[in-house]
Design a protein. Structure first.
Length: 74
């Protein structure tokens, strides 16, 4: 028959404990970076808009390909 007393859990030691700490540390680092990146986007990029009119877009789409070959940049 099982006892109602809580079982004693062994303390995390050795490699398993180090792996758990490393995973927690890396997850926290990624989370902090995502929060910082979202904050930078919110401050500097959020309100940036590019105005495109139909005539300019049509000129870009129908423009001939550059004559510089495969390595040419637009």
């Amino acid at each position: 028959m099982r006892s109602c007393a809580p079982e004693a859990r062994p303390a995390r030691t050795g490699r398993a404990g180090a792996d758990h700490r490393l995973l927690r540390h890396l997850a926290l680092a990624v989370l902090v970076k995502l929060v910082l990146l979202a904050g930078l986007w919110w401050l500097f990029v959020r309100d940036a808009r590019v105005d495109v009119d139909a005539d300019t877009a049509a000129l870009r789409v129908t423009a001939p390909a550059p004559a510089g070959g495969a390595g040419a940049r637009p």
